[in-house]
Design a protein around this ligand. Sequence first.
Ligand code: GDD
Ligand code: MN
Length: 367
Amino acid sequence: MKKAAIIIPTYNEAGNIEKLILSIKDVIADIAQWNISVVVVDSTSKDKTAEIVQELAKKYKFVHLLSTKKEGLGKAYVHGFAYAIERLSPQVIFEMDADLSHDPKEIPHFLKKIENGADFVIGSRYTKGGSTAQDWGIHRKISSMMGNLVLRFGFMKLGIKDWTDGYRAIKTWIIQDSMSHIQNYSGYVFQIALLDSALKRHATITEIPVHFKERTYGSSKINAFEYIAQILFYILWHSSFIKFVVVGGCGFILDFAISFILIEKAHWDAWKATLISTESAIISNFIFNNFWSFAHKKVSGLGSYLKNFIKFNLVSSGSILIQTLGVAFFDHIFGTQYWYLYKVFIIFFIVIPYSYILYNKLIWKDK
Ligand code: GDD
Ligand code: MN
């Protein structure tokens, strides 16, 4: 029989945990093909959470208690993952909140997706059919929605709609391969680090709709301000797309600076200076994209390096052509005085998407 483990982190969930475990018990009793265990990772709760789970573990073989120090949600999950892998060797690991926000009745739907080939199933509030808590205040609704939008666009992975919810089923190999990365994120941002790592490992990711119910007992431990700051930092450090934009911006400055020096100071012909400066920017962009923006899929070996460098030059020539034609087009329609607006518009809405898509399709390929 296939095995799955549900990791449930708890901090002061005495009013929720028994009810949750008993309803999980009912759900898994009806799942014939999977042997499912529960690992509660309690970070020395001040209430009776650990005692309650301890009692349940005596009564039911599928329940396990792991007690850890209070080091944040991410660390609790990392300990829970390691414990489950070592003692239970599951093929699939679930994440689930202890406060009854996540309905155990969804467990079979997650498993169905796994059986159909998914590696990482997200319980999604933002996919069709899902929802956030009715009783969430407007602040929480907006910040959760904005956070997810920023993540979708920041990583340019528009297909994934819920990056943050903690109800998921994940194949164990992804967690094993991601362990060294997620260990660095002790707070709630760990959820994003794990999904990002799964994406970079080419996991097959799907979403199923879930209804997130706000807890009735106890209170949320999330610190919204800290969480948002962590998300923004995470995107800045880890998004290929943002790095690609930064590299492009630096290339633009380099291009401009070299042209300026050669034309103004060295009195070169403008066309010669432009040739040297654009090619210098292209070379620097290629190197920084290869070793930084797309480092997780970098090209190496002299042959493929040269081949891809030529492709990169072709794509870059394309963007020069697009800008030239675009500026000429707008100039023709609206007049020359707004040339800088045309240029900014073309760079943001045509050149950036064009280059990013072609780099991913032709040079730093996903598979
Ligand atoms: N062991 C342990 N240690 N558990 C913790 C800790 C900790 O330091 N902090 C929180 N938890 C547990 C809670 O007891 C609960 O079971 C679960 O983690 C989620 O915590 P909540 O405090 O209820 O968080 P939330 O409902 O605001 O957050 C939900 O949304 C976030 C963002 O969308 C969760 O689904 C998060 O996983 C999600 O990141
Ligand atoms: Mn909660």
